[in-house]
Design a protein around this ligand. Structure first.
Ligand SMILES: C[S@@+](CC[C@H](N)C(=O)[O-])C[C@H]1O[C@@H](n2cnc3c(N)ncnc32)[C@H](O)[C@@H]1O
Length: 221
């Protein structure tokens, strides 16, 4: 991957500042890599990207910056109730996001606030719902797909099966939290990454931290 400081020169400075002040799980170097690859894949105004797993919008802002610059559109999907590890008693629970009325986590308000503050309302479309439900009706080919939703085995494989098939030839698939060494993190994102490579439909093109970038070279998943 090209030097992070090179990529940093081209992203809108205000947007970068907002992204870095947004709650979430996307380190700066990885966010800049997302920005770079969505921008590379968004070659026309009809280009379409999909983010699975938005939380409060940290990764959405990096991708949204690329969408805005290219005139492309980013769809950002999340049920906004958090993954298992975000619930009470788990490692990544954030009390500020707990909604006492529903007794559940609530990240939609924060996500919307992030998008509006970053002036991305015309470039980013929020889809609120379960990934597997939205996928039943989704038919548009994707230039870019970012998978960072549920990290359990069933969730990760569902996201891969339901969404990777929509990536068009030459399009990019990005997977987050890919840890080869089990001591560094959970296995399912790594397993879907391997599955993508084994399919021979995707080839790995780059990586940054726990992010892996693959390009579609043939049909299949
Ligand atoms: C790891 S977080 C995403 C982090 C985000 N990309 C960032 O940069 O901070 C995973 C997100 O996936 C969402 N999620 C988990 N399972 C989902 C499902 N089946 N459908 C939709 N969203 C889901 C959770 O609500 C959570 O916000």
């Amino acid at each position: 991957m090209k030097n992070t400081s090179e990529i940093k020169k081209s992203i809108d400075k205000n947007l970068l500042k907002l992204a870095l002040s947004t709650k979430g799980f996307m380190p700066e170097d990885e966010g800049l890599a997302l920005y770079k690859y969505f921008k590379l894949s968004a070659t026309s105004k009809s280009c379409c990207g999909m983010e699975i797993g938005a939380y409060c919008g940290r990764s959405t802002l990096f991708l949204g910056a690329a969408a805005k610059e290219s005139g492309a559109t980013l769809f950002s999907l999340d049920h906004h109730r958090g993954s298992e590890e975000n619930q009470i008693g788990w490692e990544h629970h954030d009390r500020e996001l707990f909604d006492p009325i529903t007794g559940k986590l609530e990240s939609l308000n924060k996500w919307r606030e992030s998008i509006t503050k970053a002036d991305l309302d015309q470039s980013v479309v929020g889809l609120v719902g379960y990934s597997e439900v939205v996928a039943k009706f989704w038919q548009t080919s994707l230039d870019f797909l970012f998978i960072d939703g549920g990290h359990s085995r069933p969730s990760a494989f569902k996201d891969y099966r339901n969404w990777a098939k929509h990536v068009k030839k030459g399009g990019i698939l990005a997977i987050h939290d890919v840890f080869e060494n089990p001591e560094d993190g959970g296995r399912p994102p790594y397993e879907i990454f391997l599955r993508a490579k084994e399919s021979k439909a995707f080839v790995e093109i780059d990586s940054m931290g726990s992010l892996r970038f693959l390009s579609r070279i043939a049909q299949g998943i």
